[in-house]
Structure formats: structure tokens, C-alpha cells
Design a protein around this ligand. Structure first.
Ligand SMILES: [Zn+2]
Length: 224
């Protein structure tokens, strides 16, 4: 009973925090509307980042656009993120970027917190680490650390189900893919995350959406 109640309290806190951080993409700082031209080298578009493919030590994070509320994303994905939010809003949805770019330190602190949570629930150290790693990417292996993805959540009158369903149907048109599909967890090694959208560009997003492949499978097919 106690832990159920604690969960409800935590959930309420998380929701309140999410609202406080709420990013109205339409309310970006003025300087954010000046967009950089698309770069000639687009290697980053299809860069694979996962447990087996950590971010290269010499990877330089692209210029960030800070969204109102404190979240940031790589400037190169911003125009399409904005267009996607505009389209969702014109379909009557209310949504926010709950998490964009994260520093390595932030990713580490999320991991530490998750492990501590499981330990507090009575799991042993090894178990707690294993459980935490199913939820939180190891520092150095999260797409959030390069700022080319966004966790997108519902707010206001919209429900998560409505927002996730809209994204699943439409995000590809703006170059975003559902990065961790429900039926690909054995390949991605990550739980189903209906909120996490990765930018890969319009062409790849459409191919991935139509094929039903996850990014790992799509890239393996391309190089085969
Ligand atoms: Zn995410």
C-alpha cells in the first residue's frame, strides 16, 4: 500500500514538474528562430547510438537551441520539430518536449537515481543496476547526449495515448522515428518508449516507418 501511495505521489510530482518545464515550441526565445543552414555532412542523421555503439569520444555536440522551460535540442532538428508540433497542435493536441539534450552528467545522475530507487525498493545492488539499465541508457550511450531526439509528452487536455498515437502515425513526415518500438525491445535493448522520437531525416524516417524496422535493423540492411 505504502509503495503504491508513494508511486502516486511521485507521479503527481513528476507531472507537476513536467508542466513546469513545459516547452511550448511556439514560445521559443527570439534568437531560436534564426536557423542554421543544413550542413553538407549529414553523417549525424543516421548515427547509431546504443549500448554497443557509444558516442565517439571526439563527437562534438551540435549547436543547441534552447527551448522555453530549459530543454534544448540540436539546432539541426529544430525546424522539423517545430513543424511537427505545429501540425499536432493544429490537430488539437497539446504536447511538450519533456526532455531533449542531456549532458553526460545529467544522464549519469538519472542512472544513479534509478539505481537508488530500485535499491530503496529492496533490490540488491546487481539487480538494481540491471533493472535501472533497462530504463535508463548507460551514460555515453544515450541519444539525448547528442541532442537529436526528444521525449514528447502530453499536457493540458491531451492524454498520453492521444499524443503517442498521433506521433506514431505522423512523426515520419517530419523526419522523426519511434526509436524504441514495442516489438523490437530484444533488438534495441530498450523498453518500449512511445515518447522517444529520434530525428533521422525525412527519407530514412519514411523508409523506417513503412518497413516497420527499427533503426538497428534499417542500418544493418543498408550496409548488408
Ligand atoms: Zn528519450
Amino acid at each position: 500500500m505504502m509503495s503504491k501511495m508513494r508511486f502516486a505521489v511521485l507521479l503527481a510530482l513528476a507531472l507537476a514538474l513536467g508542466t513546469a518545464l513545459g516547452v511550448g515550441l511556439a514560445e521559443l526565445a527570439p534568437e531560436a528562430t534564426e536557423l542554421a543552414p543544413v550542413e553538407a555532412s549529414e553523417e549525424w542523421l543516421l548515427m547509431l547510438v546504443n549500448r554497443d555503439h557509444p558516442i565517439a569520444e571526439d563527437y562534438v555536440v551540435g549547436e543547441l537551441v534552447e527551448l522555453r522551460g530549459g530543454q534544448s535540442v540540436d539546432r539541426r532538428i529544430y525546424p522539423n520539430l517545430q513543424a511537427m508540433f505545429d501540425a499536432a497542435r493544429s490537430d488539437g493536441l497539446e504536447l511538450i518536449v519533456g526532455s531533449g539534450f542531456r549532458t553526460r552528467e545529467k544522464q549519469q545522475s538519472l542512472m544513479d537515481q534509478k539505481i537508488a530507487d530500485y535499491c530503496a525498493e529492496g533490490y540488491g545492488d546487481d539487480e538494481a543496476v540491471a533493472l535501472a539499465e533497462a530504463w535508463v541508457a548507460l551514460p555515453g550511450t544515450s541519444e539525448h547526449e547528442i541532442g537529436i531526439c526528444a521525449d514528447i509528452n502530453a499536457e493540458g487536455s491531451s492524454t498520453s495515448e492521444e499524443v503517442y498515437a498521433w506521433l506514431a502515425e505522423n512523426a515520419w513526415q517530419y523526419g522523426f522515428i519511434l526509436r524504441y518500438p514495442e516489438d523490437k525491445t530484444d533488438i534495441t535493448g530498450v523498453i518500449y518508449e512511445p515518447w522517444h522520437y529520434r530525428y533521422v531525416g525525412r527519407d530514412a524516417a519514411e523508409e523506417i516507418w513503412r518497413s516497420g524496422l527499427c533503426l538497428e535493423e534499417y542500418l544493418a540492411d543498408r550496409t548488408a
